[in-house]
Design a protein around this ligand. Structure first.
Ligand code: HEC
Ligand code: HEC
Ligand code: HEC
Ligand code: HEC
Ligand code: HEC
Ligand code: HEC
Ligand code: HEC
Ligand code: HEC
Length: 430
């Protein structure tokens, strides 16, 4: 034993040496790796990069849905609500007798949570939304009010700017086209104010796409352009050609899209988006989900009238402009845009006067949208009149001129000819 043991000690020393050298090498390599890692991480994460708050979750909804609907879990995991520990159940789980409840994995859920669920935590946003034309008025504009329950009808009538709906004509289109078509047309946009079985109203997810509920996405003008587009309300196209829209298109990638609501400044947004002018807290105006809160005219109407309380609304909108433009500039702009609005009103009145003799003599059919004159008379205000007004108020010159004023003049000329021909035919006894 002893010779072997005496032999072993130099071996032991050697292997200790090897061990020490090896350890040093490992430490050096590890150290280097660590330095490289820290250097790699020293760039701050971009605003939209959030950690997955559900990465370690062992909640049953999350665990199972990571397999069945991985996209939803992945998106929700990166939302600020998940980071604030709002659970799937907070939006989805309801009692068994809740309207629309579906039995699911030992509990009851809503497949499509309504604003009643959001309201538990976001009372102010839901209340403001309910006062706006994005709520019941948007639905009634399409489907009419005849099928509303007495409770919903009372709610609708209590919205100060809600019942103003002078143009019943589009209701006719809804009926004429029928549900096979309108399911993909009117409803895609106007269901933003759809009432639900539980009595709550609207679809927050039209702007807050699930399941990220990202501020950046809601604030970007593309979100509004899902609906505010096309010949009768081309706000998106107008915005794109406005100096504000050009600033967005060319510099928007540097703006602070995730800045905390209510605190937005020109340093976050050097030019406004749709949301900045109509919704965001900016300058002296607070955040609102009532998109009518800063408007002075009913521009969508054939003949625009002032809104109730329009002076206060004007102050709120001008507070936004004032962060970037001086008072004189804003006053002049408003006076001139008011004049344009009245000029368009006068042309639309003229179209009424042109058609009046036909109406008096009963020479237009009772049916809406069944003869060419119905369309010309309608498009004159519904497409071109509105577009000219929107273009002026939101800085889109091409829309004021070639998609607006010019088309109105052309339709006025056409209407005169159509009326003359009909009167002539009637006199000739045809
Ligand atoms: C064991 C797996 C499992 C668990 C646990 C589970 N789900 Fe599901 N869930 C599913 C599957 C699978 C579907 C899809 C069913 C289908 O396609 O018809 C589904 C569908 C849904 C739907 C859509 C329902 C509809 O009618 O549109 C919702 C919402 C939902 N789950 C929420 C939850 C919530 C909230 C929890 C936790 C309380 C949960 N799930 C727990 C597997 C699960
Ligand atoms: C802040 C509220 C909220 C939370 C939290 C939430 N959801 Fe949803 N979820 C919604 C809304 C709103 C819809 C309906 C969207 C629609 O109808 O377009 C929905 C729809 C769904 C659907 C049906 C989607 C489809 O396309 O069929 C499933 C499944 C679902 N959620 C699962 C989950 C799971 C799982 C979680 C948790 C990881 C979760 N949700 C968390 C609000 C929420
Ligand atoms: C259980 C309470 C709860 C429910 C239910 C709830 N939320 Fe939230 N929500 C929160 C909290 C808490 C935050 C704050 C997260 C933060 O700012 O860190 C939040 C933040 C938000 C934000 C701002 C996100 C951001 O990045 O600042 C939006 C948008 C939002 N919620 C929409 C909704 C919608 C839409 C619904 C209904 C479909 C809903 N929430 C349901 C609690 C809730
Ligand atoms: C692409 C989305 C979209 C589609 C499709 C659409 N609308 Fe609209 N509609 C809007 C928007 C946006 C406004 C708001 C214009 C404004 O306020 O300046 C509006 C305004 C209206 C108005 C005037 C507002 C009011 O309350 O009187 C009526 C009426 C109307 N739409 C009915 C309809 C009908 C009926 C259909 C289908 C035949 C339809 N819309 C299809 C988006 C749409
Ligand atoms: C027309 C689009 C639109 C609709 C519809 C909408 N939101 Fe929003 N929401 C926004 C925008 C834009 C913001 C960001 C406002 C800002 O810039 O500060 C926002 C912000 C929010 C926030 C964060 C507000 C804060 O001050 O922290 C909550 C919460 C929220 N929305 C809830 C809801 C709920 C609940 C509904 C449905 C009743 C809803 N939203 C419907 C566009 C919308
Ligand atoms: C899902 C479709 C949809 C989306 C998305 C949408 N809107 Fe609307 N919006 C409508 C409809 C429909 C109306 C017309 C309601 C009415 O007057 O009947 C409307 C009306 C308005 C009005 C006029 C309100 C009034 O009192 O006359 C403003 C301003 C507005 N929207 C701004 C926005 C902004 C800003 C966004 C994006 C942040 C947005 N909308 C996103 C459908 C939408
Ligand atoms: C620079 C601020 C600004 C921007 C950006 C802006 N708007 Fe407007 N918007 C206005 C003003 C001002 C009016 C007219 C207000 C009035 O009636 O006094 C208006 C009117 C409207 C109306 C008409 C409401 C009615 O009475 O029929 C709608 C709808 C609307 N805007 C939506 C949008 C959408 C969608 C976008 C983005 C694509 C947008 N706006 C961008 C300032 C803005
Ligand atoms: C966050 C800053 C900001 C806000 C808020 C803002 N604007 Fe502007 N606006 C700009 C910038 C930047 C330009 C481009 C200036 C230039 O031409 O150099 C501009 C240009 C304009 C122009 C000139 C249009 C042209 O064709 O030359 C008008 C008119 C205008 N804005 C009106 C408004 C009105 C009205 C409001 C409020 C409803 C408003 N702006 C809000 C930043 C803003």
């Amino acid at each position: 034993m002893s010779p072997t043991s005496s032999n072993q000690s130099p071996k032991l020393i050697r292997s200790t040496k090897v061990l020490v050298v090896g350890l040093v090498a490992v430490i050096v390599v590890l150290g280097l790796a660590l330095i490289m890692l820290t250097v790699g991480q020293s760039a701050p994460p971009t605003q939209t990069e959030r950690v997955d708050a559900l990465a370690d979750s062992n909640e049953e909804c999350v665990v199972c849905h990571r397999r069945t609907t991985p996209g939803i879990v992945e998106q929700y995991g990166h939302s600020s609500m998940a980071a604030a520990e709002v659970k799937c159940r907070d939006c989805h789980e309801v009692k068994s007798d809740y309207p629309g409840a579906v039995e699911h994995e030992g509990t009851y859920v809503l497949g499509s949570p309504t604003p009643a669920m959001c309201e538990k935590c976001h009372t102010a946003e839901v209340a403001q939304f309910n006062q706006s034309r994005h709520s019941l008025p948007a639905y009634v504009a399409m489907a009419g009010s005849k099928d509303l329950s007495p409770d919903l009808l009372a709610k609708y009538q209590a919205i100060p700017e809600g019942s103003f709906a002078p143009d019943k004509m589009r209701n006719a289109l809804f009926a004429i086209e029928g549900p096979d078509v309108t399911r993909f047309a009117c409803e895609s946009c106007h269901n933003v104010g759809k009432p639900h079985e539980d009595g709550s109203i609207g679809e927050c997810q039209k702007c807050h796409l699930r399941h990220e509920f990202s501020l950046e996405q809601a604030r970007k003008p593309e979100t509004c352009n899902a609906c505010h587009i096309g010949p009768d309300h081309p706000q998106w196209e107008i915005y794109q050609e406005s100096p504000h829209g050009i600033a967005y298109a060319t510099g928007g990638h540097t703006w602070h899209w995730e800045a905390d609501p209510g605190t937005l400044k020109v340093t976050d947004f050097p030019a406004p988006t749709c949301a900045i002018c109509h919704m965001s807290g900016f300058g002296a105006s607070g955040t609102t989900h009532d998109v009518g809160d800063r408007l002075t005219w009913y521009l969508f109407a054939p003949i625009s009238e002032r809104r109730p309380g329009w002076q206060d609304n004007q102050t709120r909108m001008q507070n936004v402009c004032r962060e970037c433009h001086n008072n004189e500039f804003i006053e002049t702009f408003y006076n001139e845009a008011d004049k344009l609005t009245e000029a368009i009103n006068a042309w639309v009145k003229e179209s009424d006067d042109i058609v009046a003799p036909l109406k008096e003599k009963g020479l237009m059919t009772q049916e809406p949208f069944d003869e060419p004159i119905d369309f010309t008379y309608f498009e004159l205000w519904h497409h071109w009149g509105r577009t000219a007004k929107f273009g002026a108020w939101m800085q889109g010159a091409d829309y004021v001129q070639w998609h607006g004023a010019y088309e109105i003049l052309s339709d006025l000329a056409e209407l005169r000819e159509m009326v003359k021909a009909k009167l002539h035919d009637a006199e000739a006894g045809e």
